[in-house]
Every structure is written in C-alpha cells, then in structure tokens.
Design a protein around this ligand. Structure first.
Ligand SMILES: *Cc1c(COP(=O)(O)O)cnc(C)c1O
Length: 305
C-alpha cells in the first residue's frame, strides 16, 4: 500500500547522542528517530498499522475497530491514519470514557474516531469471540486490529524497520539495537530482518512475560528470528506507565541536553534504563555501539503534565 506512505516522512535520521557519561564509558549511542515519521502517526505505530490498513482495503472493509486505554498511542495513531485514508474508525476504550476526555481521546474523536467506553471486565474479554460477536452486531462489518496492533500484519510492518539502520553505507555498524516493548510486536518484527542483536526493555511488570509473548508470536506465525534477541523484564520502574521522580528529572535533563523529547511510558523508560545500566559499567561491553529506537508516542506526555 505504497500510496499510504505518502504522508509519512521517508527519511528517518539516525542521530548520535553526545554525553560525558557515554564518552567516559566508551559507549557510542545513536537514536533512530521514528518519532519524526509523522506528528501523530509516530513511532512504531505506523509500521504496525500499515499492513492492517492495506488488508482492510483489500477485504473491502470501510470501518476499522481497535482497542486501547485512555492514553493509547495506538488509537491516537489509528484515528488519524484512518482519517487520512478514508476509513471510519471505532476505538473501544478500556473503562468508561473520561469526562472530560483525555487529550488523547479528544484528538481521536476530532479525527473522526467513534469512541466506545467498555467496563474493565468487558475489556478483558476483548479477544473472545462472544465479545467480538456483540461488537459486530452493534457496529457491523469492521476490520479488527488487536490492541497495540499486535498481529501478523503488525509484525510484518515492523520487519521493515531494520532497513532504516542497516541498508546503507552512511551508517555505522551497530552492536545492539534497543527498544521499549509493550506487546513485543515491534521486537518480533525486527527479529525477522535485523542482522544486529536486539535488546527489548519490557515496560510492564511480569517476569519473562514479553519474552514468552515474542516466542509464542514467532511460533504462532511460524516465523524465525534472524538474530539473537533478549528482553530485560526488571526496568519497568514499578509497572506500566508508573513513573518515579528520578525518571521525570532524567527526561527533563535529557531534553535540555540533547533536544530530543522522550515520554515516560516507553522511550523515556528505555533511555533511563540504558543510562542507568551504562553508569553501572557491567551491562554493556566497552566500545559497544548501541542504536536506540525512539518509538514516538509523544502525545502521551500530556498525561503527565
Ligand atoms: C507502542 C509503543 C511501543 C511498544 O511497541 P510494542 O510493539 O507494543 O512492543 C514502544 N514505544 C512507543 C513510543 C510506543 O508507542
């Protein structure tokens, strides 16, 4: 669906980060600026959506339905991508719709997304056929994108990301590519085409949870990783979207120093974890060259102001 890429910035920079700590520890760090893809459809969300939108079009579906929380980067991106491509979109939101709406949901509604709040108990049933049947009775024939774009189409889109860091000569060879993981879909996709080993940072609680999710996705879709990958599960700072004062200070300082804005749920937690590990000096070998994927999603910052 190449025409859909026309509203996406094609040239994604890899930006070196200069910092005394990095110099002292002999580690090179660069950032793949996926946050610059599009003001709203930023980061990995476009990669997870693009083949879903193409499949919806092929199947002749005019409506796309998906799921997310009140600060969902995924619903936010879907609402605008859907609008740009002429789809009607429905966002099934976890919990009753907040009054007033979060800035995220207000944007989604402004982009034409129909918002439906469902109880947390119902939301947990969102992958069952009974719940989906009820949705179809109410909203007709829609194309369903799972929460977070976590399906085969999402994985296939993310398999296109390594081309941004390994297909040309202007870039150095990285030893490790690091990313924040929420569903693990991005890492699963990258693992199919990356020649560089991957490190995922699980941003939610659960020992070994996302490593198991990635394994089971690879099995389910009968795919094979092309590179080693690992997910650290204890850098989540207390759980999904939980922040500490230290994290917030780090993000402010990071922005002032490097001019790159990070949000605390994904990329900020990732960068904080990396800097903490680099400080400890026992995590990354000296002279490592690390690429960090900035996953975008800066709209979520508004939930912390
Ligand atoms: C959704 C998101 C992620 C996580 O991607 P998964 O494929 O769910 O693991 C990382 N960073 C940002 C900014 C995101 O919005």
């Amino acid at each position: 669906m190449d025409t859909t890429d026309t509203f996406i910035q094609a040239d994604i920079p890899v930006q070196p980060v200069e910092d005394p700590l990095l110099e002292e520890s002999g580690i090179r760090l660069s950032v793949l600026r996926l946050d610059l893809l599009h003001p709203v459809i930023s980061g990995n969300k476009w990669f997870k959506l693009k083949h879903n939108l193409a499949a919806a079009r092929r199947q002749g579906k005019n409506t796309i339905l998906s799921f997310g929380g009140p600060w969902s980067n995924h619903l936010h991106a879907l609402s605008v991508a859907g609008k740009n491509l002429g789809f009607k979109t429905i966002g099934v939101v976890r919990g009753t719709l907040p009054e007033p709406l979060t800035a995220c949901l207000a944007d989604a509604r402004d982009a034409g997304m129909e918002l439906v709040g469902v109880s947390r108990a119902d939301y947990r049933e969102k992958t069952t056929s009974a719940f989906i049947t009820r949705l179809r009775e109410r909203y007709g024939d829609f194309y369903l994108v799972p929460e977070g774009g976590a399906n085969l189409e999402g994985v296939q889109g993310c398999a296109e990301i390594p081309a941004l860091y390994q297909d040309n000569s202007r870039q150095e060879n990285f030893d490790l590519v690091c990313m924040a993981c929420g569903t693990g879909t991005m890492l699963t996709g990258l693992s199919l085409t990356s020649q560089v080993p991957l490190l995922g940072v699980q941003v939610l609680k659960g020992e070994g949870y996302l490593a198991r999710e990635v394994e089971s996705a690879l099995n389910r879709y009968q795919l094979k990783a092309s590179c080693p990958w690992h997910i650290v599960d204890d850098w989540h700072l207390g759980g999904y979207a939980k922040v500490s004062p230290e994290l917030m200070v780090f993000l402010t300082e990071y922005e002032q120093r490097h001019g790159i804005i990070l949000e605390p749920v994904y990329s900020g937690k990732l960068m904080y974890g990396l800097f903490t590990a680099i400080k400890k000096r026992d995590f990354f070998p000296q002279n490592s060259s690390i690429l960090v994927i900035h996953g975008g999603g800066l709209q979520g910052l508004r939930g912390y102001i």
